[in-house]
Every structure is written in C-alpha cells, then in structure tokens.
Design a protein around this ligand. Structure first.
Ligand code: SF4
Length: 228
C-alpha cells in the first residue's frame, strides 16, 4: 500500500474566539495569551494516510481494506459502491502533546489541550482537502472506529496495523485500550461520498457539543438497519 505523510500548514486558531469559547476571565487573558503563544510556536500537526483497495463479503458486515478485515454493518453499506478507501491518522502533533504534559497547573493544561484540539480540527480540514486534490477524488467522508456501537473502538488495531509505523511516521501511538496518544488525534477510513456521510446522523446521543449534523432516525432504521 502506498503511504503518504502530510504536514498541513494551518493558520493559528483565532485568539479572541478561543477566549470566548473557553470563557477566559478578563484578568487571566495575559496568562492565556502566554500559553496560546507557546502553542502556536510548538504546533506541528500531521497526517498519515494510505490508498487501499476495498472488497466486501456477502455477510452484510465484513469489509476488507487493503489486507485488513473490518466488521461493521454501517461500513459495509457505506462501501457498497466504493473501490478505494483512504485509512488515516491525523494528529495535533507530539509537540503540542509534550507541551500539555509539561504543564503542572491543570488550567494551563486544559488551555493547551483546547488549543491542540483546534489545531487538530484545522489540520483535519486542510489535510482532507489535500487528499482530495492529490488523489483526484470527489468529496470525502470518514468513518471512525469507536464513534458508533456498530464499529467498536477495538477496530483501531487493524486500522493501525494497516498504516504500519504510525508512531515513527507521525508520533501517534495506540495504547492497549485503543486510545491514541497524543489524545488530540483522530483516525478512520475516508471514502468518497456524494451524500456527505457523517457519523452524527446515526448517533442518538443527546447534547453532544461535537455534533455536526442532526440524528436521523429514519436513516438509522431504514438504510442502516440499526436499533433493531
Ligand atoms: S453526536 Fe457526538 S458522540 Fe455522536 S458521533 Fe457525533 S460527535 Fe460523536
């Protein structure tokens, strides 16, 4: 499998918007500015991705990407007409993670983690556009192990195996409990989707601050046969 490493060059997150979102007290703005500046100086987000062939078994849940097998009803349905998938890990970078780990004050660590999350979001957007350009694809959607009960987090293992030396390439390690370090990292399978699939349309969780689209109960039951 062909692997690619991207170093997305992103503008720093908007300082005032961050102050507002994190509800930084007026008398703490200078302190936050200092942390923010350290983050901007350290940030080096990265993405590792591959280009893989896709095949599906007839059992309604088994999908083979490259030489790794994944099991998910939603993945099987989403990949019905898909010949190529792009497994990936995108991260805020070890540099920001180390900065977070070096903070002794919990508030400072929270601030570093929050800025890191913004870098991850910006990097993911920019890197996805780069993959689309480089691979000449139409709009890309993604599925992520652990985001839906249908595709449990243990499926991180075959994903990381597929991508090889993720730690060596972009500094992301997978723990025994399938969490990624740096924590501000995201992994999954990208694929072409004119319907702009998002996991959130199949996730009934209430009051999620990260929700990107409303839960669609009809799609949930009728197209994906979930909740039965
Ligand atoms: S609603 Fe929240 S928990 Fe559910 S898939 Fe979307 S971001 Fe994840």
């Amino acid at each position: 499998m062909q692997l690619y490493t991207l170093l997305p060059q992103v503008n720093p997150p908007d300082f005032d918007a961050l102050c507002q979102r994190l509800k930084v007290d007026e008398d703490l703005v200078d302190e936050f500015r200092d942390i923010y500046d350290q983050c901007v100086a350290s940030a080096a987000p990265k993405m590792l991705y591959g280009v893989c062939s896709v095949s599906r078994a007839d059992d309604g849940k088994t999908v083979v990407v490259g030489d790794m097998t994944f099991r998910s009803k939603v993945l099987h349905i989403n990949f019905e007409k898909i010949a190529t998938a792009y497994p990936y890990v995108c991260t805020c970078g070890r540099e920001l993670y180390n900065l977070s780990q070096s903070q002794s004050d919990p508030l400072s660590q929270y601030w570093v983690d929050s800025v890191s999350e913004e870098y991850l979001r910006l990097a993911m957007t920019k890197a996805t556009m780069q993959v689309q350009l480089d691979q000449h694809t139409s709009s890309l959607s993604a599925m992520n192990p652990g985001s839906l009960p249908d595709w449990p987090i243990a499926q991180q293992r075959p994903l990381f195996t597929l991508l090889g030396n993720v730690m060596g390439e972009i500094g992301v390690e997978l723990t025994d409990s399938f969490l990624m370090l740096p924590v501000k990292s995201v992994s999954g399978l990208m694929f072409e989707s004119e319907e702009h699939y998002t996991n959130c349309t199949l996730c009934p969780r209430a009051k999620c601050p990260g929700r990107r689209s409303p839960f669609d109960p009809q799609l949930y039951r009728q197209k994906y046969h979930l909740g039965a």
